[in-house]
Design a protein around this ligand. Sequence first.
Ligand code: F6P
Length: 376
Amino acid sequence: MPHTRPAPGPHATPAASGAYCSGLRRVGILTGGGDCPGLNAVIRAVAKSLMRQCGVQVIGIEDGFAGLMGTTARTRVLDWDSVSGILMRGGTMLGTSNRANPLASEAATAQVLAHVQALQLDALVAIGGDGTMSIAHGLAQRGLRVVGVPKTIDNDIAGCERSFGFDTAVATVTDALERIQTTAQSHSRVMIVETMGRYAGWIALEAGLAGGADIILLPEIDYDLAAVAAVCREREARQRYTVICIGEGAKPHGGQLTVARRVATDTADPVRLGGVAHALCDALQPLLHSEVRATVLGHVQRGGAPTPFDRVLATQFGNQAAQLLMQGHTGRMVTLQQGRLDSIPLADVAHTQRRVPQDHPLLQTARQIGISLGEG
Ligand code: F6P
């Protein structure tokens, strides 16, 4: 690929293509980790902002860091037209991988850095969750100029009060809970709905509240089986049905996480949770008169078009990432704090997660209106 600066096209602002651009000529962009609604909106915003303001050539890297880990780098040029019309599309136009880990060995790290050099990338935008941010931080320590953009339906990235994709997942789970309500009512059943979210209960908490769950069980509060059964029995007598929303990382007092599978050990996140709804169903059934059923929502929570909120947030995040690069600030992650766009060092984000704090106001709201959190 020739390393020539593309002429500012019809979309470029000539006044902006000066010193403000920090010498940027070519920038790589990738999406890592699980997919999430809003990824395409970020890609579009990063690319359009860099192209329009600095005439930067944007190189899309395929399948996350996996695209930089083979003997040949897998890339494609993203021009204005290729990133147009993708705002509302779910998934990622670049593909992703949640197994590729450039930090797994010295050789893997060297391979990635060699590809970045050969591609003559001045900087990289890495859109992903905590695993991707940890990798970005490791590569930044090795001299890569990188900016991170926080993505995840789990909303668990440290230092960022809302990641794009979360709002869409909450809307999907809320819709599912509403549908479960009507069938639970008709059959006088106890219906358990399992959400994603890993070790954080944000999806279960917000969707549980929005979808009218009677019991919300979170990874942050170990539940008491007897207390959950008591709420169901009380409702059997009074309202005849109960809807329970449980995060996949929840567990009973003294119990273990429910692990669905383990993936290759050199990944940043080798454990896949799942199945806790069935475990609770089996434990609860002998304690109740009514029938208990479990629904695991799974990947439907990650699919589909982003909500308007996520489209806007993703666009803001993407543009902010481009602004950081243009101002020469790297080794940082775009963030939202107290409703304001900002950035924080990747070092503050790597290897940590944001879970629901015990004093979160939504927990108090739930308790005060009579929603059980499974506490004894
Ligand atoms: O981090 C996003 C997430 O969807 C989690 O909520 C879930 O536990 C995990 O990814 C599932 O990953 P996979 O797609 O590899 O099963």
